[in-house]
Design a protein around this ligand. Sequence first.
Ligand code: FAD
Length: 122
Amino acid sequence: MSAASKVRREQPEREIVDANAGIKLGAGDAIQVNKRMETSVPEIWAAGDCAESFHLITQKQVHIALDTVASKHGRVAGSNISGGNEAFPGVLGTAITTLSLPMHHPFQLSGIRYKSALMNIT
Ligand SMILES: Cc1cc2nc3c(=O)[nH]c(=O)nc-3n(C[C@H](O)[C@H](O)[C@H](O)COP(=O)(O)OP(=O)(O)OC[C@H]3O[C@@H](n4cnc5c(N)ncnc54)[C@H](O)[C@@H]3O)c2cc1C
């Protein structure tokens, strides 16, 4: 088993959505949003780990729970809530971390795996 496959996949917290019917869910059961971070219900916005993103390679919605994504979601949503007109273009699936054991080892990934490419790109 690879190190990547041992990492626990975070599930989006969406109890507030379950309690408020009408907000649609999207990829990975995260809250469905458009590029302005608007949900399916007017004047309700979602950003961060609870919200989906557009994948620039597969051209499909995905759920990626990373701070590098969440902080950009938040900036776009915050701007639009206060009258701006920002769009979050999407993600490439980039992540960088360090595995401490057995040795200090940087670990990076970006894009999609070959198998995903075959499944997603026609
Ligand atoms: C162990 C670990 C390591 C990580 N390492 C990385 C990393 O190296 N790089 C990276 O990019 N990302 C990393 N992440 C992911 C990153 O932490 C998240 O993607 C990011 O914090 C998401 O931000 P958020 O604002 O969506 O949610 P959160 O940071 O989870 O913030 C949500 C906030 O809402 C509050 N809240 C929840 N429910 C309610 C409620 N009903 N009322 C009021 N407040 C509420 C919570 O208390 C919390 O403060 C890691 C996550 C974990 C768990």
